[in-house]
Design a protein. Structure first.
Length: 328
C-alpha cells in the first residue's frame, strides 16, 4: 500500500512502464464491457466523491486508479483552509463529470496514510494514476491554478496511461438528466486496439521484441499514432537496458567520454533511473563533442528519449533548445 512517487511531467522507470500497460489494458476492458452492455457500467454522480480510510485505500484508490485518475484531498475537521478547498474540489469533481474521482482522507483518522504520503501540512492534494502517487499542490490554491493542474493530470492520464475516465449516469442517484442531454454513447474500439493490446501483453510477459514489432505494425499504417510512438520508444528503451551491468556501463562512460556507444548506454540508464536531465545533458554533450555518424547516432538517440518523456515536458523543450544551439 506504500505509494510511489511519479512526476506528472514524465519520469520513466520500468515499473511505471509496466503500470501504464496494465492500466491501459484494464481501461480498454472496462470500455469494451460497457459497450457490450449497451453503455452500461456507468457510475452514479455520488461515486465521484468518496470518503476513504486505510482499510479501503487499496480498493478505492489504488485499484480504481487503473481506470480513472484519483485525486486525494487530505483534510481534517479543525483545518480552516480545508473547509475552503474541499467544497471547491467536490464541485470540480462533479463538473469534470468522471474525468477524475475525488477521494477524501481525514488525516486524524488515518495517520498511517498521512505518514506514507509524507504529509507535512494540510490541506494537501495528491493524485494516484495507475497505482502511482504524485503530489499536486498544498494549501488552498486559487481555483484557476487547481483547474490547470487537473487539466494537466487528465491529459497525462489519457496520453500515457490510456485512462479516459468514467462514464457517469446522471440519473443513477435519482436525479433526472438535463432536458435535451444526449445519452451516453459507448466508446467504439479503435482500429489498432488489438495490436496495441498485444504490445502491452508482450511487455507484461517480458517479450520486448514482440512488443516492439506490435507497435511497429501500428505505425506502418498510422505513422502519427501517438500511443504507438510512445509505446515503441519505451519498449526499445527497455530492450536496450535489459540485462546490462549498470556499474560497468557507467564505468565505461566515465572512463572514455569520447566513446559514443558508452554514452548512449549510460543515457539510457539515466532515463530509466529517472535522471531525465542527466540523460539529456549527456547526449547533448556527446553531440557537441562528436562528428559524422557518431554525432548523428547521439542526436537520434536523444530524439528517441524525447519520445519516451513526451513533447510537452519542459525538460524536453529545454533539451531541444540545447540541441539546436549545438547543431546550428
Amino acid at each position: 500500500m506504500q505509494p510511489r512517487n511519479m512526476s506528472m511531467s514524465g519520469v520513466v522507470d520500468l515499473a511505471a512502464v509496466k503500470a501504464a500497460g496494465e492500466a491501459k489494458t484494464k481501461a480498454e476492458q472496462a470500455r469494451a464491457e460497457a459497450a457490450r452492455q449497451g453503455g452500461g457500467g456507468a457510475v452514479p454522480p455520488s461515486a465521484l466523491v468518496i470518503d476513504v480510510d486505510e482499510s479501503g485505500f487499496e480498493r478505492d484508490v489504488l485499484q480504481q486508479s487503473a481506470e480513472v485518475p484519483v485525486v486525494i484531498d487530505f483534510w481534517a475537521e479543525w483545518c480552516q483552509p480545508c473547509k475552503q478547498l474541499s467544497p471547491l474540489l467536490e464541485r470540480l469533481a462533479a463538473e469534470y463529470n468522471g474525468r477524475f474521482v475525488l477521494a477524501k482522507i481525514d488525516v486524524d483518522a488515518n495517520q498511517m496514510l498521512m505518514q506514507q504520503f509524507g504529509i507535512q501540512g494540510i490541506p494537501a492534494v495528491f493524485a494516484v494514476v495507475a497505482g502511482q502517487a504524485l503530489p499536486l499542490f498544498q494549501g488552498a490554491a486559487p481555483e484557476a491554478q487547481i483547474r490547470e493542474t487537473l487539466d494537466q493530470l487528465i491529459q497525462v492520464a489519457e496520453q500515457r496511461f490510456g485512462l479516459t475516465g468514467l462514464a457517469v449516469d446522471a440519473g443513477a442517484d435519482g436525479e433526472a438528466p438535463e432536458a435535451g442531454a444526449a445519452p451516453a454513447q459507448a466508446v467504439p474500439a479503435g482500429p489498432y486496439d488489438a495490436l496495441l493490446e498485444a504490445a502491452v501483453h508482450a511487455l507484461d510477459s517480458n517479450d520486448i521484441p514482440g512488443a516492439i514489432q506490435a507497435y511497429k505494425n501500428v505505425l506502418v499504417d498510422d505513422p502519427n499514432n501517438t500511443e504507438a510512438k510512445l509505446g515503441l520508444a519505451q519498449a526499445e528503451l527497455l530492450g536496450r537496458v535489459q540485462g546490462v551491468d549498470p556499474q560497468q556501463v557507467r564505468k565505461n562512460a566515465a572512463d572514455d567520454p569520447a566513446d559514443v556507444t558508452a554514452q548512449l548506454a549510460a543515457a539510457d540508464l539515466d532515463l530509466v533511473g529517472g535522471h531525465v536531465e542527466d540523460a539529456f545533458g549527456r547526449l547533448v554533450d556527446t553531440v557537441r563533442r562528436s562528428a559524422g555518424d557518431d554525432r548523428n547516432a547521439a542526436r537520434v538517440r536523444l530524439l528517441e528519449l524525447f519520445e519516451v518523456i513526451g513533447p510537452d515536458d519542459p525538460r524536453v523543450t529545454k533539451a531541444r533548445g540545447d540541441l539546436a544551439r549545438v547543431l546550428f
